[in-house]
Design a protein around this ligand. Structure first.
Ligand code: C2E
Ligand code: MG
Ligand code: MG
Ligand code: MG
Length: 291
């Protein structure tokens, strides 16, 4: 089946190791050094159309292989970067890497979309939409090939400034995705106001949704809400074929998770995609085989 492609694909296991020092030891100076010396890079996790198995895009996830600290995950440095202001340069670096990949794959598949996470704190940066527009022009990538993921947090600060940035991005043709849906405290009111095209159901609801009827209710009603707002849905954290199958039957459009692939570095992602597509061509859509 399709999953066989996984066994031949390179796996970026470095991201699974724990940091060698405690998170509390990471300082603003460590982080500044990392950003200015290019120690932080993007890894890419595929986004799959659940009904067909097609690779519709990927999400860029920040990784830090620190010379002194070892591999450090984003949960340990994004919040610090937001506080020190390093988040802007970090985000622009991730965007450059993501757009390079989008440009390469776009020559083969014009519908491929790369997603980049944007901290809510950057939504109140008055030049961020112009900066993103400039990076798109420099990369020669059309705006429709980029999706910006926003997690709703209290850090959103001035809602009218955030709204202004989102509208500027949307008007350029960039997609806007509401990340980690269901984990925020006022998701519904924000959803109703802001120009989101995609809703991502948080992995805390998805991974074990078949085993827990309460989680399933959250997932199913999230899909219904997205539909009511004309948004597409992506489930994150799909870890087995049965969950993939159930979500496809529910009408959830897309998915990400370890059942497909973890996040891989640039070359690893391209190799994984080639292997996956080759498998898809030989075996046909998943509905006619494992599913
Ligand atoms: P997120 O945007 O919700 O990203 C999804 C997270 O789920 C990633 O963790 C990914 O590796 C993990 N994941 C994917 N599939 C599975 C699965 O099947 N099972 C499980 N258990 N986990 C899975 P990661 O890379 O540690 O990222 C954590 C969070 O850090 C992200 O959550 C995102 O909010 C933030 N982040 C990552 N990169 C950036 C960035 O460049 N900028 C900003 N602002 N935030 C970032
Ligand atoms: Mg995300
Ligand atoms: Mg997410
Ligand atoms: Mg999440």
């Amino acid at each position: 089946a399709l999953r066989k492609a996984l066994t031949t694909a390179p796996c970026d296991c470095s991201t699974l190791r724990r940091p060698v020092r405690e998170p509390a030891v990471i300082t603003a100076a460590d982080l500044d050094h990392a950003v200015s010396h290019g120690e932080i890079y993007a890894a890419f996790q595929p986004k799959i159309e659940l009904a067909t198995g097609k690779v519709i895009g990927c999400e860029a996830l920040a990784r830090w292989d620190s010379a002194t600290l070892g591999p450090v995950g984003p949960d340990l440095f994004i919040a610090l970067a937001e506080r020190t202001g390093a988040i802007k340069e970090l985000t622009l670096q991730i965007l450059r890497s993501a757009l390079r990949l989008a440009g390469e794959i776009g020559r083969d598949d014009a519908t491929f979309v790369v997603a980049v996470n944007l901290s809510a704190t950057l939504l109140s940066d008055p030049t961020i939409s112009e900066d993103i527009g400039r990076l798109l022009r420099e990369a020669g990538v059309p705006a429709r090939s980029l999706m910006i993921e926003i997690t709703e947090t209290t850090a959103m600060g001035d809602v009218s400034l955030a709204m202004d940035t989102l509208l500027r991005l949307r008007i350029k043709g960039i997609g806007i995705s509401m990340d980690d849906f269901g984990t925020g405290y006022s998701s519904m009111s924000v959803l109703a106001q802001m120009p989101f095209c995609e809703l991502k159901i948080d992995r805390s609801f998805v991974s074990h949704c078949l085993a827990d009827p309460d989680l399933w209710k959250v997932v199913a009603s999230s899909v219904a809400i997205a539909r009511a707002y004309n948004m597409t849905t992506v489930a994150e954290g799909i870890e087995d074929v049965a969950t993939w199958q159930a979500l496809a039957a529910l009408g959830c459009d897309g998915g990400q998770g370890y059942v497909f692939s973890p996040a891989l570095r640039h070359d690893g992602f391209r190799a994984w995609r080639n292997a996956w597509n080759a498998e898809l061509r030989v075996k046909g859509p998943p509905a006619s085989q494992t599913l």
